[in-house]
Design a protein around this ligand. Structure first.
Ligand code: FAD
Length: 327
């Protein structure tokens, strides 16, 4: 049985919502994990693109819903802190079975309650994780010396986790069963407001599956018209190798067709590829951990495709590891 004290070196790869929740559980039990995040900020796919003039686009997760008590409590605390609020857009079809919440003033702010007191290294791209003695070594892309940790938790999307840890660890086969699909996203801003009857248009049978007037969300800048569109997994997969400049005119055409009107030239438009956006085949368990608890994989892909799934995975793995470390 492994015995680990709070001075154990614990690394978490990523700073999305699953990593942050797991880190906070570990911290509240007295551990001090170090998070390695390849990008410049936290939040992962709960992401906001900020332009220079104060305009922001939520180009990843659009809104969240809560089915579990734990996530309901999280959202209500985030709401009290001013980081989240209920959003009631005019939608094209169907009724909303649950309340929709968004981050305030931008989607990424939804995770602000999770970042306090964490040691997060940004621009820290982990390129390989391999066994070393009773723990694991992390190699960073910057070429520095490998870093040794007693325990490593990886929160990258499943296919990227597999590349990092290799195919011959105890948990690799299970991770390889998970499938994730890509999503091309469009963000576009116009200096003229449009008249529309809808803030959200969804259509699972078309190439453009989700279209939202970003400025219909709470606290978003109102002096500009801003739209975000998401393209279907199939179209995204068929066009996955294209560069964003070549895809952009087609995405703008899709936007125009879906809105049924000629659009003025956008003041800003950008296409973004989420290579591992949504889970098509989930794991069906909250997380995976090796029998000695030294390597753990977490993320939304364990349960599904939603922010709440990532939250549940991070919480469950954190609690499990605290219990395992105490034995
Ligand atoms: C286009 C799109 C729309 C979505 N819409 C919704 C929605 O409306 N509602 C909803 O609930 N969910 C939605 N989702 C899903 C939601 O965003 C995810 O379920 C959730 O954010 C996943 O969190 P996570 O912590 O598991 O992973 P992530 O947020 O992906 O976090 C993983 C982190 O690991 C980092 N990382 C990866 N590899 C490395 C490495 N080698 N080294 C260092 N760091 C690394 C990444 O940069 C990232 O920050 C959407 C996702 C996308 C892409």
């Amino acid at each position: 049985m492994t015995t680990i004290d709070p001075s154990s070196r614990i690394a978490i790869v990523g700073a999305g919502i699953s990593a942050l929740t797991c880190a906070q559980i570990l911290r509240s039990a007295g551990f001090s994990p170090t998070l390695f995040e390849k990008s410049a900020g936290y939040g992962g796919r709960v992401s906001t693109r900020h332009l220079e003039d104060g305009i922001a686009f939520d180009h990843g997760a659009q809104y969240v819903t809560a089915k579990t008590c734990g996530f309901k409590t999280y959202l209500s605390e985030a709401e009290q802190r001013g980081c989240a609020g209920m959003w009631s857009p005019r939608v094209s079809k169907g009724s909303r079975e649950q309340d929709w919440f968004v981050g305030r003033p931008a989607m990424r702010d939804l995770v602000n309650p999770l970042i306090s007191n964490l040691d997060i290294k940004y621009h820290a791209y982990v390129s390989r994780i391999y066994r070393y003695r009773r723990g694991w070594c992390l190699e960073l892309e910057d070429g520095g010396v490998p870093l040794y940790f007693d325990n490593v938790i990886v929160s990258a999307p499943a296919p990227q986790t597999l590349v990092l840890i290799g195919r011959d660890t105890e948990i690799s086969v299970r991770i390889s069963e998970v499938e994730m699909s890509p999503c091309w996203a469009l963000i576009a801003a116009f200096d003229r407001r449009f008249k529309t009857d809808l803030d959200v248009i969804t259509d699972e049978n078309s190439d453009l599956t989700w279209l939202v007037r970003n400025n219909s969300k709470l606290d978003r800048s109102q002096h500009i018209e801003s739209w975000v569109a998401h393209v279907s997994p199939q179209w995204s997969l068929n066009n996955i190798e294209r560069d964003r400049d070549s895809v952009l005119p087609e995405l703008l055409n899709m936007l125009e067709r879906k809105l049924g009107r000629r659009l003025p030239a956008p003041t800003f438009a950008r296409a973004h590829l989420w290579r591992y956006a949504l889970t098509s085949v989930p794991l069906g368990e909250l997380f995976l951990s090796t029998s000695d608890h030294t390597l753990t994989a977490i993320g939304d892909w364990c349960l599904g495709s939603r922010v709440e799934c990532a939250y549940q995975s991070g919480i469950a793995a954190g609690k499990y590891l605290v219990g395992a470390f105490a034995t």
